[in-house]
Design a protein around this ligand. Structure first.
Ligand code: ADP
Ligand code: ADP
Length: 229
């Protein structure tokens, strides 16, 4: 589930310049594709097209073979988990922030869902004792911890397709590497698109696509790209 294809996708924002100039992309279900490239290359734009925040001007995008032009934005949002760079947390507990929107208004249910998330997926394995901290207030968290909360919240949805849009780019490289390692360990088999700017963080991606000025200028494995210089 979650296989993504871009076929000659062309896109420009309202009356502006063409941003994506004919993108072809093939992300088989269950694989990880990293998209790297300089700032302004069109990486975030590419991500936004997948959940129809904007529609393509030419070409098409399919998910599991279905042209998304025929799918509502609401159902795409339900099927795609997106983790952005900046997470804004409620001034409430880690548990509340993880479970927000999933567990209803009942505080006990929220805490329950948060514990479930911690044990089933992300937080427990990230750092010893973390699961016991679900009652801690969100604003005391470090940047890395906030992004872990954001990722856990997204994984609770169990989305077939996960998009990390510079989700760890603002963190120091060690914290970023730790989060990526955890994700790789628990998310193997989920179709994942990682938008990043450090090549070092995406060594295990099945494929890496280099975007420059709206075009794919290189694609291959991490080793291929290093060999190509
Ligand atoms: P990247 O993620 O690779 O840094 P973006 O996709 O954010 O690149 O941006 C690609 C280009 O599109 C940039 O020139 C940027 O200024 C432009 N752009 C991004 N968002 C918008 C928008 N909402 N309206 C108009 N232009 C935009
Ligand atoms: P989904 O959770 O299905 O992706 P949304 O796209 O509505 O649904 O929300 C994405 C995430 O944004 C939610 O998990 C929630 O934690 C957060 N969120 C939603 N509304 C707000 C808000 N008003 N303030 C801060 N965060 C919010």
């Amino acid at each position: 589930r979650g296989a993504v294809r871009f076929e000659n996708v062309v896109f420009g924002y309202d009356k502006g310049a063409t941003i994506l100039k004919g993108i072809d992309l093939d992300v088989p279900a269950g694989t990880t594709c990293a998209v790297v490239g300089p700032s302004g290359a069109g990486k975030s734009t590419l991500a936004r097209l997948m959940y129809r925040f904007y529609d393509v001007n030419e070409g098409r995008i399919t998910i599991d073979g279905q042209d998304i032009a025929g799918v509502t934005q609401a159902s795409l949002r339900a099927a795609i988990g997106i983790v952005p760079q900046d997470t804004v947390l409620f001034n409430d507990t880690i548990g509340y922030n993880i479970a927000y929107g999933r567990a209803g208004a009942d505080q006990a249910a929220i805490e329950q869902a948060a514990r479930g998330a911690a044990i089933a997926g992300f937080i427990e394995r990230q750092a010893d004792g973390y699961a016991t901290r679900v009652g801690e207030r969100g604003l005391k968290l470090s940047g890395g911890e906030k992004q872990r909360v954001a990722i856990a919240r997204t994984l609770l949805k169990d989305p077939p397709l996960l998009i990390l849009d510079e989700a760890t780019s603002a963190l120091d490289s060690r914290t970023e590497a730790e989060i990526m390692e955890t994700l790789e360990a628990i998310e193997r088999g989920r179709t994942t698109i990682v938008i990043a700017h450090r090549l070092s963080t995406i060594v295990n991606a099945d494929q890496i696509v280099v975007l420059e000025a709206g075009r794919v200028v290189e694609r291959g494995s991490h080793a291929d790209l290093l060999a190509a210089g």
